[in-house]
Design a protein around this ligand. Structure first.
Ligand SMILES: NC(=O)c1ccc[n+]([C@@H]2O[C@H](COP(=O)([O-])OP(=O)(O)OC[C@H]3O[C@@H](n4cnc5c(N)ncnc54)[C@H](OP(=O)(O)O)[C@@H]3O)[C@@H](O)[C@H]2O)c1
Length: 236
């Protein structure tokens, strides 16, 4: 086991999570990746381990909406890591549509991953960070967590909830030396926005979110950032 710091990333197998994983790997963090699809997750972990041989990369396939699976994943990573220095609470799904035709089952699946999943991960990691008296929790919320567009209401309601949870948690954790920040991006070039009528190059790049997080991590202890809106210049 090396003495690198450790970052836990949910939804680390692709998209924004993978972009952040790459940035943190460059910074020398050991990585623990969680996502649902085991094959995709192992491929991502292998790619990072091959590119960054000086860090440890481990992965655990889990559904963040299932509390016991999140708990087992964290126990698995903590066999080889001392502390959780950074949490990237990123796993999420998007479904769009007008509210009057939105079916309850789809809404429940949004809430289960984006809200309950976030709660599961944050709750377990926050209690560890309180004991450690250090750590940084990033919630990957959305611009839809700050203002809502037509047909994004169901998704927006889960992201407004996450920003609210993060705001409260930031204050709760301050006395323990733990920072909490919500990142609220517009359109990012990932599978999630593949259907958006925009060129990929005009979207925010996943690595941009990684660079932003790197910047927050480099701030002095006296800086506490509640949330960061990241507008996409083509949509602003
Ligand atoms: N793309 C955007 O424009 C944008 C903008 C603002 C905010 N966001 C937010 O950023 C986060 C990442 O989005 P993305 O664009 O990178 O999406 P993505 O490319 O679709 O990737 C989503 C990631 O989350 C994982 N995941 C989904 N449901 C999960 C569950 N129940 N348990 C564990 N892992 C799960 C996926 O794992 P599998 O590979 O196993 O499916 C995948 O790793 C989401 O919270 C999203 O709401 C995205």
């Amino acid at each position: 086991m090396n003495k690198n710091k450790f970052a836990l990333i949910t939804g680390g197998s692709r998209g924004i999570g993978f972009g952040i994983a790459t940035t943190l790997a460059k910074k020398g963090y050991n990585l623990g990746l969680i996502s649902k699809n085991s094959e995709r997750l192992h491929l991502a972990a292998k790619e990072l381990a091959n590119t960054f041989p000086d860090i440890d990369v481990e992965c655990y396939s889990a559904d963040v909406s299932v509390t016991i699976q999140v708990s087992q994943a964290i126990d698995f990573f903590m066999k080889n890591q001392k502390d959780i220095d950074v949490l990237i609470n990123n796993a999420g799904v998007l479904h769009t549509g007008a509210i009057d035709s939105f079916d309850l089952e789809t809404y429940q699946s949004l809430v289960m991953t984006n809200q309950i999943g976030s709660f599961n991960v944050i709750k377990l990691v926050a209690s560890r960070m309180k004991e450690q008296k250090k750590g940084y929790i990033f919630n990957i919320a959305s611009m839809s967590g700050l203002r809502a567009w037509a047909n994004y209401g169901a998704y927006a309601s889960t992201k407004f909830a996450l920003v609210g949870l993060g705001q409260s948690l930031r204050k709760e954790m301050l006395p323990y030396g733990v920072k909490v920040t919500s990142i609220c991006p517009g359109a990012v070039a990932t599978d999630m926005t593949a259907d958006l009528d925009m060129e990929e190059k005009d979207k925010i790049q996943p690595e941009d979110i990684g660079r932003l997080i790197s910047c927050c991590l480099d701030m002095s202890h006296s800086v506490s950032i509640d949330y960061i809106p990241v507008e996409c210049s083509s949509l602003a």
